[in-house]
Write a protein that binds this ligand. Sequence first.
Ligand code: ADP
Ligand code: ADP
Length: 236
Amino acid sequence: SEFIDIKKIGKVYERKIALSSLSLSVKKGEFIALIGPSGAGKTTLLNLLAATLPPDQGEITIDGQLLAEMTDQKKRAKKIGIIRQQFDLIGELPVIHNVLAGKLSEWGIMKSLLSMFFPQDKQDAILALTRVGLRDKLYERTSALSGGEQQRVALARLLIQNPEIVLADEPVASLDPARAEDILALLVKIASEGNQTLIASLHSVEYAKKYFDRLIALKDGYLFFDLPASSVTDAH
Ligand code: ADP
Ligand code: ADP
């Protein structure tokens, strides 16, 4: 069976059908770009895969295990991580504490606040921040960083979490175009070095073709096309 198997999932918000009987399978290590107009269902699909939203119909299996039954948060965080357009960082905290939050533990955020008692975790966080180019901003207040830098903090947190599957919901949409490609390239580099499976929603078909193996287009909650990146032309 496939690494990720999505079987006939459906999601309805009130009376709006966001996803309609969608089936897809994903191989381990694939880099997939989800494209399609606003409202197509991309965020909904990513949230279903992240298990932050339950499907109304159908099921998702990962490595043969039902996602709905992966209730241990810590184990699930080793399988699946998500980064979003809004970064989900705590602005008041120093950069390093936001990164330490990727070491999800039974202590939650407390552990990151007590990081001086966890020197190994702290070393890992410093290494991750070095890899994303923020070695000199460890103790800066996160909200004082630029958008591009905050997305790098989110990438460092993802490095620490090191999940097998990386989901990214419009990871560069809030950044100016010049910075957006740098961050996207960094995300792809991190996922490739970590042998991760990457599924990212993107606005830019150009970037999708440049950095991903396979393009999946959604439209009104349906699968519109599913093609190797090399065969997608402007006519699509
Ligand atoms: P995309 O990420 O492709 O823009 P979404 O998954 O966000 O698409 O949305 C799919 C559809 O579901 C859209 O029509 C959107 O308006 C609707 N939708 C999304 N979230 C909600 C919600 N919380 N309540 C009602 N409708 C929603
Ligand atoms: P980028 O787009 O590469 O992320 P910017 O050009 O937006 O960076 O920002 C350049 C510098 O200005 C960064 O070092 C950042 O720390 C600083 N900076 C940006 N926004 C703020 C802010 N609101 N408060 C303090 N410093 C900021």
